[in-house]
Design a protein around this ligand. Structure first.
Ligand code: P53
Length: 474
């Protein structure tokens, strides 16, 4: 066995991290626009500090980002040159519905992505589209409270009708919510949630999660109705938990932590709330308001494939004395003494990718799709602007090797692999430009200075050869 002939090699981005053009083409304001780089970012993305508009003290990197809004032709040509079979991108909701609650979509926004998808097809690149990647129209947050409000399901449904109909024949791979489990860790990005003082945050998060799960199921139904060719996936921020020791308490803790994440995919893939989650919600006094017919909708509209991001495995310990934590990640984890870490403290574990894939395939028995993986690192260009990113090549080669083992030795059905940030873009966690993932260097710094010029890194030609050999030549 080897990777499938039609294996979807490519790269991934998200609108808010690369497009810029935040007030062009009739686009409305979104939560992701007002998230600044720097120290307040953590409080804002977790819904603890209110930032519903711009102020003078902060710098907002998403407003211009890497200006892909104006430069997508140049960028897609470079992806084509690397031989991409697919390009994962997200639609900015506010380009299609600037406020979110309009009846009719914004033609300029629809046209923008239509042109972009056509540009992809020129190079034989199949778009893989995330419907929402951390973005929510600001108007839906100020008027309705974001995803805590059931009305969001209807607004999302309108968005789906508009894009599925318009892009029929141009797009067939869809993801409903990027990293749906992020709602528990960064609820302002995951669901447009801001918490008032004294609010029961867990109650709000799980009610909002129910709304997203309903929206995801309804999107899946509409996608299949509009075009039976459509393939819809869920998307998990994955990375299995290891027990810190073989103490059964640690093993149990790791299993519990994994379930926090798999809960979402259990609903999206199996079509019902798992027993352990119902019991936990009951124990914690969290009551989810459901409407009549919700359970049937969830059951009837499960996803076609399971997509996920993988950067690192995680570690759980039941012992409060074990408190050395990894740095710089929205998902908290105990430090794993066997692993090295990136400059941002993200631990590096290629075998963990194979372990995670097996856990998911055992659980769901549906095709998997790796839609994010990569190394965020500081790149230092030489006098010609060239970056010799051997560290990135080493990271990716090791992960692709583990991925191939999962396919060849374990028999997992894998649709494709899209590396994260195939062109340098703004970091979601920190808002920095300095944390780079790309095969293509973009001249821009954390303060927004730079020419935005694109330059191929060493990894550009390396990835080209990986794709040309269908993963044989690493
Ligand atoms: P940055 C945390 C943990 C795992 C995945 O992240 C995460 C995050 C958020 O930081 O998000 C995904 O840019 C996300 C992308 C993001 C990428 O990981 O913080 O889907 O939008 O850019 C990498 O290094």
């Amino acid at each position: 066995m080897a990777l499938r002939e039609d294996f979807l090699w490519g790269g991934a981005t998200a609108a808010n991290q690369c497009e810029g053009g935040y007030n062009e083409g009739g686009r409305g304001l979104a939560n992701v626009d007002v998230v600044p780089v720097g120290k307040d970012r953590g409080a804002i993305i977790t819904g603890k500090m209110k930032m519903f508009d711009f102020d003078d003290e902060h710098f907002y990197p998403a407003l211009e980002a890497i200006d892909m809004y104006h430069r997508y032709k140049e960028d897609i040509a470079l992806f084509g040159e690397m031989g991409f079979k697919t390009y994962r991108l997200s639609i900015a909701w506010t380009r299609i519905f600037p406020n979110g609650d309009e009846q009719e979509p914004n033609e300029e926004g629809l046209k923008f992505y239509e042109d972009l998808f056509k540009e992809c097809h020129k190079y034989g690149i199949e778009p893989l589209v995330t419907i929402t990647h951390f973005d929510c129209p600001m108007h839906l947050i100020t008027e309705y409270g974001g995803w805590r409000n059931r009305k969001m399901v209807g607004f999302y449904e309108n968005l789906c009708h508009a894009i599925f109909n318009r892009y029929k024949g141009l797009v067939k791979y869809w993801l409903t919510f990027n990293e749906i489990n992020i709602i528990l860790h960064a609820p302002f990005m995951g669901a447009g949630l801001y918490f008032e003082e004294g609010e029961n945050e867990e109650q709000v998060k799980f009610q909002s999660a129910h709304h997203e799960l309903m929206a995801s199921a309804i999107a899946t139904r509409i996608a299949h109705e509009v075009d039976p060719e459509n393939q819809v996936g869920c998307m998990l921020a994955a990375g299995n938990y290891y027990p810190y020791t073989c103490d059964p308490k640690d093993v149990f803790k790791a299993q519990q932590e994994d379930r926090e994440n798999y809960f979402f995919i259990d609903v999206q893939s199996r079509g019902e709330y798992p027993a352990y989650a119902l019991k936990k919600l009951e124990r914690e006094g969290i009551e989810i308001q459901m409407e009549e017919g919700d359970k049937e909708i969830l059951k009837a509209n499960t996803v076609d494939f399971i997509s996920f991001s993988y950067y690192a495995s995680r570690v759980a310990s039941a012992d409060p004395a074990v408190n050395a934590k990894t740095a710089g990640n929205i998902f908290e984890s105990v430090k794993n003494p066997y692993l090295d870490a990136s400059e941002w403290g993200w631990q590096i574990d290629p075998l963990g990718l194979r372990i995670t894939m097996n856990a998911m395939y055992d659980r769901y028995q549906k095709p998997l799709f790796i839609v994010e993986n990569g190394l965020g690192a500081v790149d230092v260009p030489d006098e010609n602007g060239y970056v010799e990113d051997d560290y990135r090549i080493a990271y990716m080669a090791a992960h692709i090797e583990a991925m191939k083992d999962a396919v060849n030795l374990d028999g997992i059905d894998l649709l494709g692999y899209t590396s994260w940030g195939c062109i340098d873009l703004v970091s979601a966690g920190t808002g920095e430009m300095k944390k780079r993932y790309g095969f293509i260097y973009v001249d821009r710094d954390n303060e927004g200075k730079g020419t935005l010029k694109r330059t191929k890194k060493k990894s550009f030609n390396w990835y080209k050869q990986v794709i040309a050999s269908n993963g044989e030549d690493l």
